[in-house]
Design a protein around this ligand. Structure first.
Ligand code: SF4
Ligand code: SF4
Length: 346
């Protein structure tokens, strides 16, 4: 379903969504984050891309899975801690980050669903914002089957036009949101449709970064396990993990038990984000580490996204958001690396 919403009515619509927790892009010093908001009058002109993508809501960086205690006094031994029941609307999600949710679903909502992720996913409503102009200089979603107006993973996609938003309502969840204030939504005119198409064409023409021959990557990668490329590209890596923590699709985690140091014994089982870029990520208890150096860890990051995930789920585990390029403190550039990989298959 397609509608239009006057820019001046955005705030009125959002005010009607009283039953939801609302999140939107909020400026923090020199970057943007999805934080809880009480109102949303507009999307600021300088809003680009949030620092930490939507996965922070679906897969928090730290979550308690269950609590346990010594039950000699008759108390419960183990208590499951499920995510709280609250419906959340996130505004201003860029298409690359919404596609990231679809890729996370392949992992966490598959044959054996992760109940924590699933419960949050069911409660999250995604209101996207198309990318005109492009949010970042390292955007390359077009090379990976995405696009600045992609609707994958969204319930609603808003496109900022001159005086209105073009509103694409994509799911029953999206319909529920606009039903909260139906008087603000109108059918688009032919002129609105044309303006929307024109903006998409302009946005697609703005990309400066791309991968040449992305289809060559995964067949070539399987021949590149011993390539010197991994050492050449990783020598300056600081092992900080930023590239994976800020990635909308990276999802590795660790599970630890936090236990009280005094009696009675009490504790929590906690899941926290982890990263293949940390030296001890694959450390065995024997002391052996199958990925002992930066080269093998960079290789794992690329192979997981562009070979193993393709073999397992039939999709590339990267949406081309460009964060790992823009945020890497030493300028390790996944687009350059992938172009070098693709050139091996030329
Ligand atoms: S962000 Fe850059 S320096 Fe940090 S771990 Fe990733 S590649 Fe290495
Ligand atoms: S690998 Fe880099 S470009 Fe791809 S989705 Fe992750 S952060 Fe974005």
């Amino acid at each position: 379903m397609e509608k239009v919403l006057k820019k001046s009515d955005l705030g009125q619509w959002v005010a009607r969504l009283k039953d939801f927790d609302l999140y939107g892009p909020v400026r923090e010093n020199n970057h943007w984050e999805f934080n809880q908001i009480s109102q949303l009058a507009n999307f600021p002109e300088d809003y680009t891309q949030v620092n930490v993508p939507l996965k922070k809501i679906l897969l928090p960086n730290r979550e308690v899975l269950f609590q346990f205690e010594d039950n000699r006094n008759g108390g419960p031994y183990l208590q499951e801690v499920l995510p709280e029941e609250r419906e959340v609307v996130v505004f201003g999600v860029r298409p690359c980050d919404a596609r990231g949710i679809v890729l996370l679903e392949k992992v966490f909502s598959s044959e054996i669903p992760d109940i924590y992720f699933e419960r949050r996913r069911q409660q999250v409503y995604v209101v996207g914002l198309s990318c005109y102009p492009l949010p970042g200089e390292n955007c390359f979603c077009l090379s990976l089957g995405g696009g600045p107006f992609s609707t994958k993973g969204m319930d609603i996609l808003l496109t900022k036009m001159q005086s209105k938003y073009f509103v694409e309502v994509l799911t029953p969840k999206g319909e529920k949101l606009i039903k909260a204030a139906p008087e603000y939504f109108f059918n688009p005119t032919d002129k609105d449709q044309q303006e929307r198409q024109q903006l998409e064409r302009k946005a697609r023409a703005m990309f400066t970064r791309q991968i040449e021959g992305v289809e060559k990557i995964w067949p070539v990668l399987s021949q590149m396990f011993e390539s010197p490329l991994w050492r050449e590209e990783s020598y300056r890596c600081l092992k900080c993990g930023i590239c994976t923590y800020l990635c909308p699709t990276c999802h590795c985690f660790d599970i630890t038990d936090e236990i009280s140091s005094t009696a009675p014994l009490q504790g929590k089982r906690v899941r926290v984000w982890d990263t293949c870029q940390f030296p001890d990520f694959t450390m065995h208890s024997s002391g052996h580490n199958p990925r002992p150096d930066k080269a093998s860890r960079l290789r794992q990051r690329i192979m997981h996204k562009f070979l193993y995930f393709v073999e397992t789920f039939g999709d590339i585990m990267c949406t081309g958001c460009g964060r790992c390029v823009s945020k890497c403190p030493v300028g390790i550039d996944i687009i350059d690396i992938l172009n070098k990989v693709a050139s091996h298959g030329a």
